[in-house]
Design a protein around this ligand. Structure first.
Ligand code: TRP
Ligand code: SF4
Length: 335
């Protein structure tokens, strides 16, 4: 009666997913990608481009392929190592949809409609509240448990979904008297608050307040020069307050401690002007991104390579998925 269990992992397994949003920006980098890269040193990692999740809100699928490719390119150029890490496109492993269906049968509808993330989506897309949108967290749970992940690095906004996933796993294992599904832990990504160039809202592509990782140095500098600074500092001779300035926030990430101290000090006594301050930031940002951009360009010279990596990721992901599904079907007693 016991299905062969997949071999327990020597290292813990990490799974995370992101919707294919195309070229990534500094917010994506600081909030997720940087962390994905670091986790590879300690865990077996699986990173998925969740195109099926994207379908819950997408009006057009026209750019889905390009956006998936561009995002994969950014991940790889940023240091995701496909020799160790599995990088793949969610829909390439159709077992996830089977598990989604199975898990949906043990999910009370009210739990889904009560989730703050669902309510927010309804607010944002009142005319497109589809069945798949309600089931979004079930699909996300299927993602995570299909690969028996122990750890899920996500932003704090995803906490309700991870908590939900844990409950589904407990329910499943209890209901079918099994331990085939693994209860995942959330690993909240410590993210510096990355605002857009407007200095007001979170950096996001849809608000067009973002700085792309893959932008040219000239484009990057131009974007930095547009950044909104301390609004109280009107003239060059006005002292500023770096604590309310998004330029300073980015200095703290991309500039040396000496430069950060200098800006902190000189801004307050009008010793440095905002133009000069931004020029320094743009220089440091471009220096930081230069190796990334070089790797990206090399990878992009042969797009087939990236698709090959994604295909290889699919094969490796699918081997795990098949095994899990066998165990799941057996645990349920599906004939
Ligand atoms: N819902 C996640 C987000 O919007 C994306 C996602 C889908 C995900 N499946 C996942 C994240 C599995 C972690 C694990 O950010
Ligand atoms: Fe912001 Fe720099 Fe201007 Fe100070 S000097 S307000 S930190 S841009």
């Amino acid at each position: 009666m016991n299905a062969k269990k997949s071999t327990p992992q020597a290292r813990g397994r990490v799974f995370s997913g992101a919707r294919p949003t195309g070229r990534q920006h500094l917010g994506n980098y600081l909030g997720a990608i940087r962390n994905y890269v670091a986790l590879q040193d300690e865990y077996d990692c699986i990173y998925s481009i969740v195109d099926l999740h994207a379908l819950t809100t997408l009006e057009s699928t026209e750019n889905l392929r390009d956006n998936s490719y561009e995002m994969a390119l950014d991940w790889l150029a940023a240091g995701i190592r496909p020799e160790e890490t599995i990088v793949f496109i969610q829909s390439h492993v159709p077992e996830v949809t089977e598990l989604h269906t199975i898990l949906s049968m043990i999910t009370p509808l009210g739990k889904l409609t009560d989730l703050p993330t669902f309510k927010e989506k309804v607010r944002m897309h009142p005319h497109n509240v589809n069945y798949g949108l309600v089931g979004y967290p079930v699909l996300q749970t299927a993602d995570i448990v299909l690969y028996k992940a122990n750890l899920v690095p996500v932003g704090i906004d995803q906490q309700p979904h991870i908590e939900f996933a844990r409950e589904v796993v407990r329910t499943f294992n209890f209901r079918y008297k099994t331990d085939v599904l693994i209860e995942p832990q959330m690993k909240a990504t410590e993210t510096p608050k990355v605002l857009g160039i407007d200095g007001q809202q979170k950096m996001s592509k849809s608000l067009n307040n973002h700085i792309e990782m893959a932008a040219t140095p000239e484009e990057t500098t131009a974007r930095v020069m547009q950044m909104v600074t301390d609004p109280a500092r009107i003239r060059r001779s006005d002292p500023g307050n770096p604590d309310v300035c998004n330029v300073f926030s980015l200095h703290k990430i991309f500039s040396s401690p000496e430069e950060v101290a200098m800006v902190d000090r000189e801004c307050r006594r009008a010793g440095i002007g905002c133009v000069e301050c931004k020029q320094l930031l743009a220089r440091n940002l471009n220096a930081h991104l230069a190796p990334f951009r070089e790797r990206r360009q090399k990878l992009a010279q042969n797009p087939t390579d990236v698709w090959d990596i994604l295909r290889d990721g699919k094969e490796r992901a699918r081997a795990i998925a098949r095994q899990t599904m066998e165990e799941v079907r057996q645990a349920i007693g599906l004939p």
